[in-house]
Write a protein that binds this ligand. Structure first.
Ligand SMILES: [Zn+2]
Length: 855
């Protein structure tokens, strides 16, 4: 069989033949006629086909844009696949039993044929307009946000009025009379990206996580087949939103509606590229078909009020509301990237409780959680709760910084644009790659690192960049995008292309993004290895870190563009603070060390209460205990002293050649006061420091080290905080009975060595008087900052669904010292929550001050 695109007639004939062969599963009919009198064909697939409309359904629409041939082709291949496999694949069987597929391979047959036969880049239908030009862009002819223009010859002319065209009228009529449709996928090309619906607002709807997850799970299936990563993009302010699209119409009917942009060209090489796009999208379509029923009225309802109960450095607790039901349990999903898939491998908890504790997390790391209710009997799953985003706390000795790219030193430079390069800085998106007009383009991203101490030891670093648009990366599997750390001394003019292009790189950071992994709408980060962290550390002395992002530098013959666009977060095209290139650094600082000599080093025995410093068994077989007392007042203030390491160095003066099975333990008395010999002897609660030494070890080494574990370090900090003294007992034990005359004399002044860093332990106070008002059409928040010399600033986040309990749990609105901010992109007519967190230089974040915005 010829391996090439099918025509409209061939496709229609194929469906007819298949429905003759499988009449119980496949029905083919026309839902309308075009201007040129072609049928708009609908294929319905379901077991028990006369009841198709009573089951939850997936709607597929293809090739509404004439030149985007993937829709038509994929649809026919998918139907063929289903019919060839349902009998052997129990999953397909199950899906067809419980749900229905409505498939319109080609919503624009006239335009498609015109594109095939006369002009491959034709987009619209073939209506004859009043001005003599041809065609209406059918995907601008639906009613939601319809815009009437007189530019009839425009490629995006939306028609005289909404639904003026027979094609859109037909699909509207079908959708309006089929309220069993739960998911609608509209196939276009190109961009390898999913565009979920969004009601023209930039705050997510309650089903925003559902839409993202349907896309992410489909994307996961695609990745499995070809290794490609698809983006997931809602578009964001102030980018112009499209008017009158089918997707928004379907969404307005309560359907989860998604545009799928396939491939990197409208009409790619069939055998190499198109077939690959088809192969990867078949399992993705099956995934969407599987989920169709979970968004119907048969599925359990969504979990309410999913939120954070508490967050520590290595664990956190989540909680939620749900009616008490014996047939329901919950699946909790965790990811470390946004818009990631939620499948079996991402489940971290299954429980029937309404709380969940997630453990063994990494400190200062961002996690994304969502949850589904599952019905035990039907196995159906609920929609997802809105994602909760949380950053875990810092370990006691850690600091972190989130640095945002410097406005005037962050931009892109193009080979052929030396005149205008300067104007891109702090203004235009970061274009990286190559095209015919701009030539080679590199981005330069600079950070001021002066807030990080010069002696910092960087434990972890990530550079985050938001990919805005990959449509201009048009060549399959060609080129990669790299992040390099540069030497600041090599660049004296950021806008000089030659300097940026030729600057030697200290090190390429993390993994390259290959062209097939370029996405849009999903944050990308480059993770520094430990070695790369150490190189970044060396640059701290210059108070600046400079990075270059570069891409492919040549184009194959006949190609015009392989360009990627990242957000800069500044200027008219940027999405604001939330989308600025961010360098996230976790670090510690070198410890200081003090040595403390004991003010008491003695022994306590039954008859002779105090004597020189020794322990063991006396001539009567009674135990003699060593006793040490240290004064901690030479340590700095306990509020800002974190003990990183502590140990006692003990030496022995006595040596025995023959063992009597004796071990010596160091026991911390933890705020207890020694009362008498009997008290020590009968004391039950023990907190050992380090490990015991045995009498045989005494001759091996002269010095013995007893290292404080985490609990005993905490006790030590507590003793210091309460201005008490550290009391230690050296206790002998033996495996032999009747041990006598075995006394070890210890060195006179065993040192307590404490290593510590200066670091504030608790956050500064919360803000007060948080209020809002509407100012010039925007929401303005004001508050009062605490008066505390350690106060560094506030962090303001917005969440449309629940009060943010963590400073990462929402959209970042503001970070800094001011006592007010505007929410530029917040809708005035939508309920939401704002949280304001104060922070110090660690940073320790305060509890949130929360404002509930009610329109
Ligand atoms: Zn399109």
């Amino acid at each position: 069989m010829k391996n090439q695109y099918l025509s409209y007639d061939e496709g229609t004939k194929l469906l007819k033949n298949l429905s003759d062969k499988f009449p119980d599963i496949l029905q083919v009919k026309s839902i309308g006629k075009t201007h040129e009198n072609r049928d708009i064909v609908l294929a319905t697939l379901s077991f028990d086909i006369e009841n198709e409309s009573t089951k939850p359904a997936l709607l597929f629409t293809g090739t509404i844009h004439a030149r985007e041939w993937i829709g038509h082709e994929l649809c026919l291949k998918f139907i063929t696949y289903i019919l060839n496999n349902f009998d052997t694949n129990p999953q397909i069987k199950e899906y067809l039993k419980r749900s229905t597929l409505y498939m319109v391979p080609c919503l624009n047959p006239d335009g498609f044929e015109y594109s095939r036969k006369h002009f491959s880049f034709w987009r619209k239908n073939r209506k004859k307009n009043k001005d003599g030009s041809y065609g209406v862009d059918l995907n601008r002819n639906f009613s939601i946000g319809f815009v009437k223009t007189s530019q009839m010859s425009s490629n995006v002319y939306g028609g005289e009025e909404a639904f003026s065209e027979p094609e859109t009228k037909a699909i509207k009529e079908f959708v309006d009379t089929h309220n069993n449709i739960t998911i609608a996928l509209d196939y276009h090309s190109q961009g390898n990206v999913f565009f979920p619906a969004h009601k023209f607002r930039h705050e997510q709807e309650i089903d925003g996580t559902d839409l993202n997850t349907i896309c992410a799970n489909m994307s996961e299936k695609i990745h499995k087949v070809t290794g490609r990563n698809y983006g997931i993009h809602r578009g964001k302010p102030p980018a112009k939103l499209i008017s009158g699209s089918g997707r928004e119409y379907y969404y307005s009917k309560g359907i989860k509606a998604i545009v799928v942009e396939v491939g990197t060209k409208n009409i790619p090489d069939y055998m190499k590229v198109m077939s690959s796009s088809i192969n990867e999208n078949i399992p993705a379509l099956l995934e969407a078909f599987k989920e169709t029923i979970n968004y119907s009225s048969l599925a359990p309802k969504r979990v309410d009020s999913f939120t954070i109960q508490c967050v520590e450095e290595t664990f956190l607790k989540l909680r939620w509301d749900y009616e008490l039901r014996n047939d329901i349990y919950f699946e909790i999903y965790r990811n470390t990237k946004d818009k990631a898939s939620c499948e079996i491998q991402n489940i971290v908890g299954i429980t029937k409780e309404h709380t969940f504790k997630d453990i063994e997390l990494e400190s200062a790391t961002t996690y994304y959680y969502t949850i589904r209710a599952v019905n035990k009997q039907t196995n159906l799953r609920s929609p997802f709760a809105p994602v909760v985003k949380v950053k875990t706390g810092l370990e006691k000795d850690e600091f972190s910084k989130m640095l945002f790219a410097l406005k005037n030193e962050t931009g892109y430079v193009g080979e052929n644009m030396n005149e205008t390069n300067r104007s891109h800085f702090g203004n235009n998106s970061l274009f990286v790659g190559i095209n015919k007009t701009k030539g080679i383009c590199n981005a330069l991203i600079c950070y001021d690192t002066s807030s990080i101490p010069k002696n910092a030891i960087i434990k972890k670093a990530r550079l985050h960049l938001y990919p805005m648009n990959r449509v201009a990366a048009k060549i399959e599997r060609f080129g990669e995008w790299n992040l390099s750390l540069l030497d600041n001394d090599d660049i004296n003019d950021v806008a000089d292309f030659a300097q940026v292009e030729n600057a030697p790189c200290i090190q390429v950071i993390g993994d390259a993004i290959k062209s097939q992994s370029l996405t849009q709408g999903i944050w990308n980060y480059w993770e520094f290895s430990s070695y790369q962290c150490s190189l970044l550390q060396k640059e701290l002395i210059k108070n600046k870190a400079v990075f270059r992002v570069d891409g492919p530098k040549t184009l194959p013959y006949g190609e015009d563009s392989q360009m990627m666009q990242f957000d800069i977060g500044y200027g008219n095209y940027g999405g604001g603070l939330h989308y600025r290139p961010m360098l996230e650094i976790k670090y510690t600082i070198p410890s200081q060390k003090i040595e403390i000599e004991p003010n008491i080093a003695e022994s306590i025995s039954q008859n002779l209460k105090k004597s020189q410093f020794e322990s063991g068994y006396n001539k009567d077989g009674n135990k003699i205990y060593g006793h040490l007392e240290y004064d901690l007042s030479t340590l700095p203030s306990s509020c800002t002293t974190v003990i990183t390491r502590a140990y006692i160095e003990l030496s022995n003066q006595t040596v025995y050649t023959k063992s009597k099975g004796i071990s010596f333990y160091l026991e911390l008395l933890d705020n207890d006061i020694i009362l008498s010999y009997e008290d020590i002897k009968n004391r039950e609660r023990v907190e050992y420091i380090g490990y015991e030494i045995r009498d045989v070890d005494l001759k091996k080494r002269e010095k013995h080290y007893f290292i404080f574990d985490t609990l005993s370090k905490l006790s030590l900090e507590n003793i210091h905080a309460n201005s008490k003294r550290l009391e230690i007992i050296i206790k002998p034990t033996s495996t032999q009975s009747n041990v006598k005359n075995r006394i070890v004399k210890w060195g006179i002044k065993p040192k307590l060595i404490i290593e510590y860093i200066n670091r504030r332990k608790t956050p500064v106070s919360k803000v007060t008087n948080l209020t809002n008002k509407i100012d010039k059409g925007r929401i303005k928040l004001s508050w009062k900052n605490p008066k505390d010399e350690d106060f560094i600033g506030v962090y303001v986040v917005r969440n449309s669904f629940h009060p943010p309990k963590n400073f990462m749990d929402g959209v970042k609105i503001y970070g800094g010292k001011d006592d007010y901010t505007y929410d530029t992109f917040g809708s005035l007519d939508k309920e939401k929550y704002y949280s304001v967190f104060t922070y110090d230089n660690v940073p320790n974040y305060s509890e949130p001050e929360i404002l509930h915005f009610v329109p």
